[in-house]
Design a protein around this ligand. Structure first.
Ligand code: HAM
Length: 450
């Protein structure tokens, strides 16, 4: 027996119905916020990711050489392709560009709770806006994508952090360039790594000062107020030039928090410098959304969404520099979350009407009626094999249809059919020609039992 590959999913109809529901809520939220849908190729040149995404994703690529000798990869994320699309038309696109997409991504990672080798991701991105207003707008749509399911601030939180502030901390400590990127990579894994192991990883960069640095990291990660963060950063600044940069950055923070507050989103947002993000291209505010444990007992599971500002990616692809901010939200953690919170609606895929033909002689008229009911927009089923009348009636009941329309021998001879309400048992005789209209009325109002 052939089995499917590890980390991939089959979607049976009920799984598709659930997935469609999630996509619908995401799409409505994105459109409500003024985002337009785009799409990108599934297969891309390998180079697009090796150079732009950072080691974490690159280590998880599904890549191969195609028959033309090209090095290619299945997309592990949408962001580099999107940056290329926007870059190619940046001169003519009306700014801000606000685009969204829902697409399948492929990552060769170890399948585990909340992480698979194929997942769907909603992406919303804004291009051409340097200020925190765009970051706030993006967080608003991200939060709306979760709130659309009836979830609130007691269910999830957006952990807000800042790559710029992290870079300033490292700059204050005299660390820059590639070294800073490496240290940020270690900090990113801090939460999931034993302290001893983190200290070992910091040794090549800090030597004996590694314990001091880790202490500073822990302090910064523990701060939850912007003014506390400011005081801590100022205390580390070795000169006026860095102090000035810190003040400018704190001004951006205030602007962002003010916009979020004005949109009534403060209850969802937590300042938390523990978020660094594994992807290489982020340059400013970054965030991740997590499920909350009951009674405020911390975060649970893998992230529901993650994103941030990436102002250099379009330029690094060879196009004119264009500011960008965006996020991705995955369907795997989302579906688990909705199941736990009982926010998935019941799947109703039953027909509205089941047509029953009394005998073979009425089959032709019954098929004609099926066609007309469907043309009238009514979900209609019938037995393909035309078993006996009693069996057809049983099938009608099992199908979950609300009405059966019976094409009986005597009734048809008089130009009529019988509509039966399978819930109440009530029935009514109607002309064959008017059956679609009568069925629609019966679906709206039911038929009382005699
Ligand atoms: P990411 O954090 O790698 O960001 O992924 C975003 C979300 O996709 C995660 O929070 C998670 O819900 C889901 N996800 C990621 N990997 C997997 C996986 N293997 N299995 C299941 N779900 C997964 C990005 O991909 C960025 N490109 C987002 C972005 C858009 N940044 C700017 N614009």
């Amino acid at each position: 027996m052939l089995e499917r590959l590890p980390g991939f999913r089959d979607f049976y109809p009920e799984d598709c119905a659930r997935r469609d529901f999630i996509f619908r809520v995401w799409t409505e939220a994105a459109r409500r916020h003024g985002f337009r849908r785009y799409d990108i190729p599934t297969l891309e040149p390998l180079e697009l990711f090796t150079e732009k995404s950072g080691p974490e994703i690159v280590g998880q690529l599904f890549n191969f050489t195609d028959k033309g000798g090209r090095e290619v990869a299945l997309r592990p994320e949408l962001t580099p392709s999107l940056a290329r699309m926007v870059g190619a038309r940046v001169a003519t696109l009306k700014k801000p560009v606000k685009w969204f997409n829902i697409a399948e991504n492929f990552r060769y990672e170890k399948p585990q709770e909340g992480r698979l080798r194929s997942h769907y991701q909603l992406n919303c991105d804004i291009f051409g806006e340097p200020g925190p207003a765009a970051d706030a707008e993006l967080m608003a749509v991200c939060l709306a994508c979760l709130r659309g399911f009836g979830l609130g601030p007691e269910d999830f939180a957006l952990r807000l952090s800042d790559r710029t502030l992290w870079s300033l901390l490292l700059e204050a400590l005299g660390i820059a360039g590639d070294k800073a990127m490496e240290v940020l990579g270690i900090v990113d894994k801090f939460e999931r790594t034993p302290r001893e192991e983190t200290l070992k990883r910091l040794e090549p960069h800090f030597g004996d000062a590694r314990e001091d640095f880790l202490g500073q990291v822990e302090t910064l990660m523990g701060l939850r107020e912007i003014e506390e963060m400011g005081a801590f950063m100022r205390s580390l600044a070795p000169n006026a030039a860095i102090r000035e940069k810190i003040e400018a950055r704190l001004g951006m923070w205030r602007e962002l928090l003010e916009a979020l507050d004005a949109m009534d989103l403060t209850s969802f947002v937590r300042i938390d410098l523990g978020i660094v993000r594994g992807l290489a291209y982020y340059t400013g505010f970054v965030f991740e959304v997590f499920k909350l444990a009951p009674a405020g007992a911390g975060y649970v599971g893998r992230a529901l969404a993650g994103g941030g500002r990436y102002d250099h990616l379009v330029g690094k692809l060879g196009f004119p520099a264009t500011e960008a901010v965006g996020f991705g939200m995955g369907d795997v953690t989302m579906a688990q979350f909705l199941e736990e919170k009982k926010q998935l609606p019941p799947i109703i895929e039953a027909p509205d009407v089941y047509v029953v033909a009394a005998r073979e002689g009425e089959r032709r008229a019954a098929l004609g009626l099926v066609s007309r009911l469907r043309a009238a927009g009514i979900r209609t089923e019938y037995a393909l094999r035309a078993p006996g009348f009693g069996k057809q009636f049983r099938l009608a009941g099992q199908s979950g249809a609300r009405l059966a329309v019976v094409v009986g021998t005597d009734e048809l001879a008089a130009g009529n059919v019988r509509i039966k309400d399978l819930g109440s048992g009530g029935e009514t005789l109607v002309p064959l020609a008017g059956a679609p209209g009568a069925a629609r009325d019966a679906l709206a109002g039911g038929i009382a039992s005699a």
